[in-house]
Structures are given as structure tokens and as C-alpha cells.
Design a protein around this ligand. Sequence first.
Ligand SMILES: NC(=O)c1ccc[n+]([C@@H]2O[C@H](COP(=O)([O-])OP(=O)(O)OC[C@H]3O[C@@H](n4cnc5c(N)ncnc54)[C@H](O)[C@@H]3O)[C@@H](O)[C@H]2O)c1
Length: 405
Amino acid sequence: MRIAVLGGDGFVGWPTALHLSDLGHEIHILDNLSRRWIDTELGVQSLTPMDSIQERCRIWHQLTGRKIHFHLLNLATEYERLKSWLAETRPHAVIHFAEQRAAPYSMKTDRHKVYTVNNNTNATHNLLAALVETGIDAHLVHLGTMGVYGYSSVGAPIPEGYLDVQIDTPSGPREQQILYPTRPGSVYHMTKSLDQILFQFYAQNDGLRITDLHQGIVWGTHTDQTRRHEQLINRFDYDGDYGTVLNRFLIQAAIGYPLTVHGTGGQTRAFIHVQDSVRCIELALKDAPAAGDRVHIFNQMTETHRVRDLAELVAKLTGAEVAYLPNPRKEAEENDLIVRNDQFLALGLKPITLAEGLLSEVVEVARKYAHRIDRSRVPAVSAWTKDLAKRVEHDPEGKRLRSVS
Ligand SMILES: NC(=O)c1ccc[n+]([C@@H]2O[C@H](COP(=O)([O-])OP(=O)(O)OC[C@H]3O[C@@H](n4cnc5c(N)ncnc54)[C@H](O)[C@@H]3O)[C@@H](O)[C@H]2O)c1
């Protein structure tokens, strides 16, 4: 298949492009490299040294003889270029990763809120409008998030996208399935909730074939392909905005930094290893909806864990200390989470779990590149409200106090 990977320079997009290229597909990456610019804005860098996207593609070609094409394009602002590219290239599938994906970044300031909404909503809508206009019957696979469901403890398992409801009508109760009501916990999650409505409309109005993957928090760094060459290495975020919880614990452990748990650590979240993430995308591509079908929604996660349990597990594995800090996010202190993921299991996914030795692999990668870490960028200091900002802990290591005494 000819596949467009939008956002293919990113943490999940790059290993997906490699995985699908390895399977023999013709891969085109479209990316505006905004994530690299955000690193510059924040004054951080990927823990792992990332080459330019052109260099990464050159190494892959040298190693395998397979070509990955790169196109520099902003999906949110270059509608006409996107449309022309689609019309010329006519991909059979489009995988859409190209959004600003950090909740803390989306909550930093009003400017970051505006950027995230403009970027994500326009990127998705431009793509949908261009697919309709060019008449390309490509299967669109979008990376959404488990966060659209919200994290209230309703007690019932979270279904895959649709909720069975019973509506009282004058002629008696009627059964119906509706999109699971969204309850976004940040501006970023709100944009993913908006995406869902855009997909629902274009599937129903224009017969676009769309799969929306509600992904859990991705952990790990290597996949079978990124391990093959030092210069194919994946990006690995450790900073307080883009680093995700389990990867941050593993990095913190590797550099002797306390594992920073926010609040009681009673938040339960869904997780997936990056290797399973790329495998799920391969499986979703094979299970495309037909024109006229409603949007296919899969929960792309393999296990759930309470944050403090994860911290204790990593502490036990590595001897790290755990630091309980005020929570900069506005969220429930404690929640339960039961999630259905039957569809991927039925398609043949064999989940990689935390127990499989890969935790130590991540710690080893982090130790290897520990010299690239700026410890002052480790704390998560983006606060959800002005009141919460007053309580944020900027110095979990207590360095400032030590230097005064
Ligand atoms: N990483 C996770 O834990 C996780 C969890 C759930 C869902 N997701 C979703 O998966 C997708 C990929 O996540 P990731 O971790 O690889 O993020 P990432 O930030 O590493 O990659 C996103 C890529 O998209 C590009 N991009 C952003 N806006 C663009 C635009 N307007 N035009 C062109 N390119 C643009 C960026 O430059 C970047 O290379 C995101 O949509 C994210 O919401 C990620």
C-alpha cells in the first residue's frame, strides 16, 4: 500500500513509518517539524540524539534498500499544498499523528491553548476536507487518546468508543449506541474530543472511511526497527511537558532523580508499549471500514496501572526514591479504570506487558544518554489553573535549599 504518515517525525510516527516500510509498504512522511521547534522553544532536547528526518530516511534506505519519502508540510496552515499532494500521490491509507500532543504544553499559557486548538483542529479538518475534495478513497487512521473518555470512576468498563443507552420515547424505551460522552481533562484532550465529532460528521456525510484509535500512554523507546542502527533511534522525551509518566519514572531512576508523583498518585491510567502501538496500527490498517460505516473506534491500550504503583515498581527495580508533590493538574485524586480492548485482541495483538523485562531496557537507554539531560527541565511545572500554579513544586530535588545551607 501507499501510506501517508502525517507527523511521521514524532515519537510514535517514526517507528510506525519504519515498521510499515519494513512490511513493504510505500511510505510518505508529511511533517512540519513543529515538535523539533517546540524543543527549541522549551530549551530541551530528546534524551536520545535524533538526526534530521532526511538523515534518518537516508540511513534506513542504506540499511534496507527501502525508501521513505519526506515532505515538509504544515497540515494546519497549508491546505492547498495538502490537497495538491493528496491529489498527486493518491495514498491508499493516511495515518494521522500530526497534532500537538502534550496536555501540559497545551495548558502552559493562553498562547499555548490557542496554538493547540488551531493546530490540531485545523490539521484534522483540513485533512478531512481535502480527502472529500480530491475524492480519494483512502482509509484514514487517526491517533486519538484514552483521555477523551475522562477519568471519572463510573465503575463500568469503558467500551470502545460507543455507549449503549436506552432512551425513553412516547412509544416505550429504545436502545441506541452513541459516541461515549467526552470529558476532556485539558485543552489538548479537548481537541481530540473535537476531532471525534469531525470524524463522525465526515463518515456520515461523505462516506469517508475512518478508524479512530483511542491510545493509552505510550512507554518504551525501541522497536524492532529502531534497534537496528544508532541513527534510527526514536525520540525520547523526559521534560515536564512532553515526557509521559512511566518513561519519566524510568529516566528519573536512571539519573538518580526522585520519581515525581503528583498528588496521591491514585490516578489510574491506560498504557501501551511503543512496539505494540506500531503493531496495532498495522492491524487497524487491515481492518478498514467500508464507505458508509460509522467511525471504527478501538481502545489502543494493553494494561492499566495506578501511578503510585508504577512509581513503587520502578523504585523496587532500581532503588530510586519516590517524591509526592502537589498536583499541577486539575483532576480526580483517585480513579479506577477498566477498559475494553477486545477488538485488537481479536485481531491478533499479543500484548507486551510491564513484566517483560523492557523496563530495564528503557533504564539502560536512559543511563547511556544521561549526560544529555538538563535536570532543571525534569519537573512538571505547567499548571492547569492560576491557583494550582501557586502550589507547583519547581525543585523536587531540594537543590536550592541545599545550596543555601
Ligand atoms: N505519546 C503518547 O503517549 C500518546 C498517547 C496517546 C495518543 N497519542 C497521539 O499519537 C499521536 C502521535 O504522538 P507522538 O507522541 O508521536 O507525538 P509527537 O509530538 O512526538 O509527534 C507528532 C508529530 O506531528 C508533527 N506535527 C504536529 N503538528 C503538525 C502540523 N500542523 N503539520 C504537520 N506536522 C505536524 C510534529 O512535528 C511531530 O513530528 C498524537 O496525535 C498524540 O495525540 C500519543
